[in-house]
Design a protein around this ligand. Structure first.
Ligand code: SF4
Ligand code: SF4
Length: 448
């Protein structure tokens, strides 16, 4: 039966090697490559052409639908190519290649937005190109628009950052506290139904908890909650549960339960945008992993090649060979196609693993130990997904998959992490989810 429980005890190591390292702003690379699909939803539509001169903040692709986000140039320079590019998720998308002139001249149109109520806040956030910076990439304006129904009472600010290695949110909380504080003011001033804002931060980030507790000590509407430092504390439904006590049911969004969740770096970005009008054109990320010589936090223009940030982190450790390079952390991250791929808006980390860490041990037969079920924060049974996937007749397979509640799987990877037989559970979960989602979408079109 689906349900929340305490996070379990999956012993995912923290490896926060860079927690004490403020981000270093790197010299601008000679070229950036900007995808039009750096968010969940419809890809943006390119509005520039080869040869156009652009500046930092110039719109290069407009939102492609209601759930979408615009993309802006992250450097000043010239558009040299518009090409189709294979994304990490297999999608072919347009990408705009821009040669930097090294000057980083801001577009003249950049001015702070007029934010005075909920509608103007949503409109400003939409224009800023903001997406969930914790890695999910959901367009932030769409999330905030849920508050228009008047039911949103709580905003949870996600500062859990529970994946191994990643510390970019930690550094935002410590190094850009003023933006975090101003972001909270923007929400409280412009979201009239919101009664409380709760920061959820893992207890291993004591400095962040102390700093934000001090910053909000006179604001009765803001709470800073220390959460157990257990993976996957930062997962959206888990953090809603562990900060508010609300269990968001399967198939529903937190907003349907009166809660919006914003990543803490997203909040800080919105505050900076409100003050400057500069869209989302740069990214602070952690560069770490077993193959990295000198782990670091860095700030770079969106679109900077991954190879460049790896070089800035000392390159590959002596005596190590590069195995896999991931967008994000080792639990939920996805492999990049090549190290020439760009840093995206959603890239909170680049994790480079050596060959040993990149190759899991050979799988053996399931021993029915139940550890995967015990580790799952949603009490799901991934062995059932695998069994359902083997059902031959499609209709029966889909019915079985639905019965397993596979769509509640948040792909946290805890089941795979604990499996003594090294079963490819997370891989199966993804295949099962994708097949069921496709099927349900097709069924919905038949009904309409
Ligand atoms: S990947 Fe899915 S099934 Fe596995 S532990 Fe996480 S939520 Fe549960
Ligand atoms: S943890 Fe692995 S071996 Fe144990 S029941 Fe789950 S799939 Fe089977």
């Amino acid at each position: 039966m689906f349900g929340f429980k305490f996070l379990g005890n999956t012993p995912v190591p923290h490896r926060k090697n860079t927690a004490a390292m403020p981000a270093v702003r790197l010299p601008v690379h000679k070229e950036v490559l900007l995808h039009v699909a750096q968010h969940i939803g419809a890809p943006a539509k390119v509005v520039v052409k080869v040869g156009d001169e652009v500046k930092v903040g110039t719109l290069i692709a407009e939102a492609g639908g209601a759930v979408s986000a615009p993309v802006h140039s992250s450097v000043s320079g010239k558009v040299t190519k518009i090409e189709k590019l294979m994304c990490y998720n297999g999608q072919q998308v347009d990408a705009v290649r821009i040669e930097s002139d090294g000057l980083m001249t801001a577009d003249e149109s950049i001015t702070p937005p007029d934010i005075h109520d909920l509608d103007s806040l949503i409109e400003a956030v939409r224009a800023s190109g903001a997406v969930g910076l914790g890695g999910a990439g959901f367009p932030t304006a769409v999330k905030l628009a849920a508050a228009k129904n008047g039911n949103i009472k709580t905003v949870v600010i996600n500062g859990a950052e529970c994946e191994p290695y990643i510390t970019s949110d930690t550094r935002t909380m410590l190094d850009d506290t003023d933006s975090v504080v101003y972001g909270v003011k923007l929400l409280l001033d412009n979201m009239p139904t919101v009664e409380q804002i709760i920061f959820g931060i893992e207890s291993n980030k004591r400095e962040c908890i102390n700093k934000l507790s001090e910053a909000f000590k006179d604001n009765a509407k803001v709470k800073v909650k220390a959460l157990p430092a257990l993976y996957p504390q930062g997962s959206e439904k888990v953090i809603v549960h562990n900060t508010t006590g609300i269990a968001v049911p399967t198939g529903k969004l937190p907003a349907e339960c009166g809660v919006i969740v914003l990543n803490v770096s997203t909040l800080a970005f919105i505050a900076r945008y409100a003050k400057t009008g500069m869209p989302l054109v740069e990214r602070t990320l952690t560069v770490d992993g077993s193959a990295i010589a000198e782990p670091k936090n860095v700030t770079v223009p969106v679109g900077t090649p991954i190879s460049y940030v790896i070089e800035a982190a000392g390159g590959i450790k002596d005596g190590k060979s590069l195995g896999k390079v991931l967008y994000g952390g080792p639990m939920m991250g996805v492999c990049v196609c090549t190290v020439d791929d760009p840093v995206l808006k959603t890239t909170n980390a680049i994790t480079a693993l050596d060959v040993k860490d990149s190759n899991p041990p050979a799988e053996t037969a399931c021993i029915h130990c139940g550890r995967c079920v015990a580790a799952c924060p949603h009490s799901l049974n991934p062995t059932e997904f695998a069994r359902a996937l083997n059902v031959e007749i499609k209709e029966d397979r889909m019915a079985k998959l639905q019965a397993t509640q596979v769509l509640s799987c948040m792909e946290c990877g805890c089941c795979s992490f604990v499996c003594p037989a090294h079963r490819p559970l997370i891989q199966n979960n993804r295949i099962a989810k994708a097949e069921l989602k496709d099927y349900l979408a097709h069924q919905a079109t038949l009904k309409n």
